[in-house]
Design a protein around this ligand. Structure first.
Ligand code: ASP
Length: 325
């Protein structure tokens, strides 16, 4: 048995480990752990307390996948619910679909009695308001919620100097902005040897409304196949979507590469991306035998992850490898 989660997973990793140790299934253990991360307002990139999108609303994405059946469930751009991971699980368990977004996903969440929540905490609302006032001239602020063009400003959500140049970009880049992008990812092997993965996020702060990152996209944000391994990404979802990073790692394992080689091959695929948003991304991977590897690509600072194996008293916090593209 093993659980690997990123640093944001710290409120939930102990619970997931305890459940796995007691014989819970991978998905029950993952969902329970992620629910604790979603409920913790100190984790600014997942669930309650997550940072807002450009128009000041917290939109959540989540996904869960069973490595035995390859069934998944995911939701994207949902507002007003406490536990996106549980709604994603309900998509998997109750619908003949893999991914619901927006109003339809919210309708389904109400239908299954999902817990309601106002995820925009006062602290997050204040950070958004500060960003708006520092970034958007008053004329645009007056029509911000309906007709203002948001595209020129969305570049402030990310590193403008890494985007294609565009003379229309007039908004200044706020280098002191909160690091509002992260996610929680959980990879697990349960007592039966089966694999699973789960992801939950509020995505990039100041993202364009309706933007989905990699997190709810099976094969991009996460993928699990009990025969070979599982992988999940945090960071620049646009890169994981373009490279199909999580699915690629599992496919490289299927092709006979060792875990280290499979992750290296996926990093090489990221190196091959020549256009679009290129920024930091962290890859988390395990193979079916329980080996693990976590690599922070293009990270500005050291990144940690949490790991627990059966027999260990408690989860360990471990430094990820670093690689620059
Ligand atoms: N991968 C997430 C997204 O693109 C954000 C992050 O993990 O930093 O929405």
């Amino acid at each position: 048995m093993i659980i690997v989660t990123n640093d944001e997973g710290r409120p939930g990793v102990g619970r997931t480990a305890a459940l796995l140790a007691k014989g819970a299934s991978r998905l029950d253990a993952i969902e329970a752990g992620i629910r604790l991360v979603e409920a913790d307002p100190a984790i600014r990139t997942v669930g309650r307390g997550g940072l807002a999108n450009m128009v000041g609303r917290v939109q959540l994405d989540a996904m869960i996948m069973d490595g035995d059946t390859l069934e998944s469930g995911a939701v994207g751009a949902i507002e007003g619910f406490a536990h996106a991971i549980t709604i994603a699980r309900a998509v998997k368990d109750r619908l003949p679909h893999e991914l619901l977004v927006g109003a339809g996903a919210e309708r389904f969440a109400r239908e299954v009695g999902a817990e309601l929540a106002d995820n925009l905490t006062d602290a997050s609302a204040e950070i958004w308001q500060d960003w708006l006032e520092a970034t958007v001239p008053i004329a645009d602020r007056a029509r911000w919620q309906d007709s203002a063009a948001l595209a020129p400003y969305v570049r402030n959500a990310i590193k403008a100097d890494l985007l294609p140049s565009d003379d229309d970009i007039t908004a200044p880049v706020d280098d002191d902005r909160p690091q509002g992008a992260d996610t929680t990812v959980f990879l697990a092997i349960d007592h039966t040897g089966a694999l699973g993965c789960g992801v939950s996020t509020s995505g990039w702060a100041w993202k364009y409304p309706g933007r989905l990152g990699d997190s709810p996209i099976v094969g991009a944000g996460a993928y699990a196949d009990s025969r070979y391994g599982a992988a999940a990404c945090t960071g620049t979802g646009e890169m994981a979507i373009r490279a199909g990073t999580s699915r690629s790692i599992v496919l490289y394992l299927k092709m006979g590469l060792a875990l280290n080689e499979a992750v290296d091959a996926a990093i090489d695929d990221l190196r091959g991306l020549k256009g679009g948003l290129i920024d930091r991304i962290t890859i988390h991977a395990i193979d079916a035998a329980g080996a693990s590897r976590v690599v922070a690509v293009n990270a500005q600072q050291d990144r940690q992850f949490w790991q627990w194996r059966d027999g260990e008293a408690k989860p360990q916090r471990i430094q990820a490898e670093r690689v620059d593209l």
